[in-house]
Design a binder for this molecule. Structure first.
Ligand SMILES: C=Cc1c(C(=O)O)[nH]c(=O)[nH]c1=O
Length: 309
């Protein structure tokens, strides 16, 4: 139909899902996403052991978006694997986001996920900007290469990677060259939050979140142009992979932009946090109205059709 999407040969009723980390930490939230108009859902990035995460306040929203330094609060990988085992895949696909604090932790979690033989699709989070003292794998190309070499040995199914935003053409080139060495990396999700930003409250003359002296990853309107650039940069450089867009979506036309840039699916973070799962019905309606007005019969006709001048 008009909004039908496809990833890894799997059918999706529409291209929309949550961004990992937003509205997906416990069964109640995940069930709400499963019951929503989203075409699929992804779990909160998990670690080997459950984590409390950083002290609050650790999320704050402004009229232009959000800042967070959650610190990977999650129930541990077995909780999300158990959720995946009971999920109704006939209703909609499900993604498991994995963000081990070490290569060894990732290998342990992926071995367990593989052994469970679940239909869930793995999204390996290579960028967790808010765990103090831990560098971003996505910004350490040697570590990223080592991680992918080890993971592709341990996990023999197609999977995807969640990348931080890049801002330099040479970095797009280098990151894509690494990813293209691994055909098993079947999709790339761009972008994670733009890391280590600082939002200031003038009234209080203060930062707005407690961890890291107020430094945190930003999302929302602040990041849309950067998200679109990363989607298109990897779409152009990785022709054998699919792209999931993430960043700055609050309206149907933003989804259309991500599709033009090359996205197959589109994730919603900040706007979902602020509006709740009802946003997916609104966004699907807005996207359908835009496609119809423009005379498109399906999103496949839009993907990657961005014109240059
Ligand atoms: C995995 C941790 C992440 C977090 C977090 O848990 O602090 N926040 C983000 O914006 N992106 C992440 O990837």
């Amino acid at each position: 139909s008009l909004l039908s999407a496809s990833l890894l040969g799997i059918d999706f009723a529409n291209p929309l899902l949550n961004a990992s980390g937003v509205y997906c930490r416990d069964v109640a939230e995940l069930d709400a996403l499963a019951a929503s108009a989203a075409g699929s859902l992804v779990t909160k990035s998990c670690t080997l052991l459950a984590r409390e995460g950083n002290p609050e306040p650790r999320y704050y929203a402004t009229p232009l978006g959000s800042i967070n330094s959650m610190g990977l609060p999650n129930a541990g990988y077995q909780y999300y694997l158990a959720y995946a085992q009971q999920h109704d895949y006939a209703a909609k696909p499900l993604f498991l986001s994995v963000a081990g604090l070490s290569l060894a932790d990732n290998l342990t979690m992926l071995a367990a996920i593989r052994a469970a033989d679940t239909p869930a699709i793995v999204e390996l989070n290579l960028s967790c900007p808010n765990v103090p003292g831990k560098p971003q794998i996505g910004y350490d190309f040697a570590a990223m290469t080592a991680m992918l070499e080890a993971v592709t040995q341990a996990y023999d199914r197609p999977f995807g990677v969640k990348l931080p935003p890049y801002f330099d053409i040479a970095h797009f080139d280098e990151a894509a060259a690494i990813l293209n060495r691994f055909p098993q990396v079947a999709f790339v999700t761009c972008i994670n939050s733009i890391g280590n930003a600082l939002i200031i409250d003038v009234e209080a003359e203060s930062v707005v979140i407690k961890p890291k002296d107020g430094f945190g990853g930003i999302g929302g309107d602040y990041v849309l142009p950067t998200a679109l650039a990363n989607v298109n940069a990897f779409y152009r450089r990785c022709p054998a992979k699919q792209i999931i867009g993430c960043g700055g979506v609050t309206r149907g036309e933003h989804i259309f932009m991500h599709l033009l840039a090359g996205a197959s699916l589109v994730q919603v973070g900040t706007a979902l946090y602020e509006e709740g799962p009802g946003i997916f019905a609104r966004l699907n309606d807005e996207l359908a109205e835009l496609l119809t007005r423009k005379g498109y019969r399906g999103i496949e006709e839009v993907r990657g059709k961005l014109r240059t001048l």
